[in-house]
Design a protein around this ligand. Structure first.
Ligand SMILES: O=c1nc[nH]c2c1ncn2[C@H]1C[C@H](O)[C@@H](COP(=O)(O)OP(=O)(O)OP(=O)(O)O)O1
Ligand SMILES: [Mg+2]
Length: 208
């Protein structure tokens, strides 16, 4: 097995929000995070897997094999009940190949609001939803991989709020906190998020 005992972990991501969250989490352990921004010449990964875990493994393997170093990858997304689990693994490109977070949020809201049209009730909570995150740590020298998974339940709200986080966070309402995910601090988000949960499971697996 392999340990996260080095002072650096490479995360196969180009998502600056993920880089911020992993950097914050690993800084507490004295571990520095490197991302694809530190390795600009690597091949792009085609994320065509049917599951989050398959895509996370593809990212970790492609980058790990290219660098000959152990690599951590995250594939994550939003599953909305009223959309039968969509956008799911397509979350990053929900509004199109080069969609921005704003484009995706706009499409999500307009889709859910159009479903609400014609209903008697008009309320801000449009649907139950969950964020999910699959992590894979892959070591090309042995072919070993460690996988973990996390999720968090909430509601999509038509009353988006908050400047923190990234992606769909401003639209993801947490009733227990009466806040959206984008209104939480990095510490608060890490304590309850899909990514925080997956990271804790990964660390527990690495220790055992
Ligand atoms: O904590 C989160 N808060 C809000 N939104 C989130 C979160 N976690 C994932 N998401 C959304 C963003 C993106 O629409 C998709 C991830 O897609 P995903 O392919 O895993 O990441 P990505 O393409 O942005 O970066 P990369 O593949 O380089 O890691 O789910
Ligand atoms: Mg991606």
């Amino acid at each position: 097995m392999f340990q996260l005992d080095s002072s650096i972990v490479i995360v196969a991501t180009k998502n600056k929000g993920k880089v911020r969250e992993f950097s914050h989490a690993f800084a507490a352990l004295g571990i520095e995070v490197k991302s694809m921004y530190d390795y600009p010449d690597l091949p792009d990964v085609v994320e065509d897997g049917e599951t989050f875990a398959a895509n996370a493994f593809k990212k970790a393997k492609t980058v790990g094999d290219a660098l000959h170093l152990p690599v951590l990858a995250d594939d994550s997304g939003l599953c909305v009940d009223r959309l039968d689990g969509a956008p799911g693994v397509y979350s990053a490109r929900y509004a199109g190949e080069d969609a921005s977070d704003a484009d995706n949020n706009e499409k999500l809201l307009s889709t859910l609001l159009s479903l609400q049209l014609g209903e008697d009730t008009e309320q801000p909570l449009l649907s139950p939803a969950r964020f999910v995150c699959a992590l894979v740590l892959y070591d090309p020298s042995t072919g070993n991989k460690v996988e973990s998974f996390g999720s968090v339940e909430g509601f999509i709200t038509s009353e988006g709020a908050g400047q923190g986080g990234f992606g769909y966070d401003p639209l993801f309402y947490l009733p227990e906190y009466d806040k959206t995910m984008a209104e939480l601090s990095l510490d608060e988000k890490q304590a309850i998020s899909h990514r925080g949960a997956a990271l804790r499971e990964l660390m527990a697996k690495l220790k055992s």
